[in-house]
Design a protein around this ligand. Structure first.
Ligand code: FAD
Ligand code: SF4
Length: 518
């Protein structure tokens, strides 16, 4: 029997794996996705872009995109979880986040050393002052012109920068300008040359993703990381738990099982909640899981408004995907808490649009969106697009459940509409302040449809099983030594990028497990 089985290798899984392996626990990490490296990232239309939960043997690619009524969710799949696809932003939650809705033990001061460990291990830093992309300048200008100059701030990124790189270098974005470095975990990386492909994998390895730090530490201390292992359910056995998996092997799903004294669920907000729902309601193996499982799901209030800046070159495909924020998380806009960021587009988009522009006429069956994209390409509009991005504090009242055996999200915008409206209003204000024309997405205007990359909740932390699923240590009420350590335990919207908070909570959970000798 292993000391611990960790399910998922994103922020919660990688952090707990590293810390338990450091403390000499014998562990296995089960990850449904594959291992990726800079030579295997998807690049072309026919590449493995998607992980399809209903056809994982055929499709176990880069993004897991789920469509629910009025809310879609995008997540990473692979060794490194969300860090593979994320925009590298590493930011602490605001201190007032912990004033209500959390167990009393979780405070800003309590998490401070854990946040610091995450920042140090992931080697975070802001974009050097001599390397601001045009988007960062535009953010500062928008804040200043709107009377909120003091709300603008650069954000830390898990990216390795070279202080000597500059936009003025000849052929500045050439990978030849990326300098080889060996990181603190002994892994080979390169420095950032502002290629803009962060969300689709950095071909010079400048992103400090979890496979290159926390998971590297875990593996060096003996952790057994197993890709292509999809966890289905968990059952208690004498002195521990049995984890049932389907392995993707030889073009089929092969049932398997592993036994561990401890189990740490870190399959993300949707993944961990689904495993708990299945174990409670379908296999009946974890009957004591609180009936709050699935509740208090939040989209973290994410929204993106593209704006067309005819007279300015924004160059959204250059520079790290997000660099800065205008912090309005204090109710300044209509009493809502919002956090505006610049957004980038992968440089691949540029190549895709250029290819589209050269293609012959669009056949009638092609979607209207393609026609719109072609028009953008023909007008050479892409360099003038600013993707204004944001998070906000939504009502966190979504409910995850199993319907016909599949995960279902019941999402009602009513209590969260004010937050999104405040974001849209502020995006419009900032776009106009910088001579842009905001193009509020039609799916929001006409159908109140949203897309989020920041799913949170479903197995919330609370002081008792009447309010939540796990305690402040991440321990599942009613099933001791079964932990949840990922975005599922976050009990409410943070209103800003969540990965550092998830990792800090996981640092705290791992340190309690080790200190208590579990
Ligand atoms: C495009 C994009 C950009 C983002 N940018 C940022 C950013 O800049 N900053 C930020 O803070 N956050 C960002 N995020 C959000 C961030 O990625 C997530 O909040 C974070 O990854 C969640 O961490 P987690 O540990 O909860 O889950 P994840 O990181 O999602 O890890 C869960 C892992 O479990 C695996 N898994 C799921 N189900 C199973 C199963 N049944 N069996 C085995 N394995 C399973 C998954 O494949 C995945 O690897 C972004 C997300 C996206 C999609
Ligand atoms: S901007 Fe480009 S070089 Fe820099 S981290 Fe992102 S993908 Fe890598």
């Amino acid at each position: 029997m292993l000391d611990a089985i960790i399910i998922g290798s994103g922020f919660g899984g990688a952090v707990t794996a590293a810390r338990l392996a450091e403390a000499n626990y014998r562990i296995a990490v089960l990850e449904r996705g594959r291992r990726w490296d800079k030579d295997s990232f998807p690049r072309k239309p026919g590449d493995p872009w998607l992980f399809d939960v209903s056809r994982p043997v055929e499709r176990h690619g880069w993004f897991d995109f789920r469509v629910f009524p009025h809310m879609s969710v995008v997540q990473g799949a692979g060794v490194g979880g969300g860090s593979l696809v994320y925009a590298n932003i590493s930011v602490d939650a605001k201190p007032d986040t912990f004033d209500a809705g959390w167990p009393a033990e979780i405070t800003c001061d309590e998490l401070a050393p854990h946040y610091a460990r995450v920042g140090a291990t992931m080697n975070v830093a802001p974009v050097p002052l001599n390397q601001w992309p045009e988007r960062t300048r535009m953010m500062k200008e928008a804040a200043t012109k709107s009377g909120w100059g003091d709300r603008f701030r650069q954000l830390d990124l898990a990216v390795t920068f070279d202080a000597n790189w500059s936009y003025d270098l000849p052929d500045a974005h050439s990978p030849a300008h990326s300098k080889p470095v060996v990181n603190a975990q002994g892994r080979q990386q390169g420095t950032c040359v502002h290629l803009g492909d962060c969300d689709v994998g950095c071909k010079v390895n400048a992103r400090n993703t979890l496979d290159l730090n926390y998971l590297a530490m875990a593996e060096d201390r003996g952790a057994d990381i197993r890709p292509l292992h999809i966890v289905r359910t968990i059952e208690p056995i004498a002195n521990g738990y049995r984890v049932h998996v389907d392995r993707i092997a030889n073009g089929q799903l092969v049932p398997d099982q592993l036994d561990g004294r401890l189990v740490i669920l870190a399959a993300g907000s949707l993944g961990s909640t689904e495993v708990l729902l299945r174990a409670r309601n379908v296999t009946g193996t974890l009957p004591n899981v609180s009936d709050r499982v699935g509740r208090n799901w939040s989209s973290n209030g994410d929204f993106l408004t593209p704006a067309f800046h005819l007279l300015r070159k924004v160059l959204p495909t250059r520079g790290p995907t997000i660099t800065s924020a205008i912090d309005l998380l204090d109710g300044t806009v209509d009493g809502e808490d919002i956090f505006i960021e610049d957004g980038g587009l992968p440089d691949l988009t540029r190549g895709f649009l250029e290819e589209l522009a050269e293609k012959p006429a669009i056949p009638p069956h092609e979607h209207v969106r393609v026609a719109w994209l072609r028009m953008l390409a023909r007008l050479h509009a892409l360099p003038h697009i600013m993707p204004w991005f944001a998070q906000s504090r939504d009502a966190a009242d979504g409910v995850l459940s199993l319907k016909d055996g599949k995960l279902f999200l019941d999402w009602n915008i009513a209590a969260s509409e004010g937050a999104i409206d405040a974001v849209v209003k502020t995006h419009e204000k900032f776009a106009r302040a910088t001579q842009g024309l905001p193009l509020v997405p039609a799916p929001w205007t006409f159908a109140k449809d949203l897309v989020t990359p920041h799913p949170l909740g479903g197995a919330r932390m609370a002081s008792g099983p009447g309010e939540g699923v796990v305690d402040h240590k991440g321990d599942v009420f009613g099933h001791p030594n079964l932990f949840v350590a990922d975005g599922a335990i976050v009990p409410k919207a943070l209103g800003l990028n969540p990965s550092k908070t998830i990792a800090a909570l996981a640092e705290r959970i791992a340190s309690i497990i080790v200190t208590e000798g579990r």
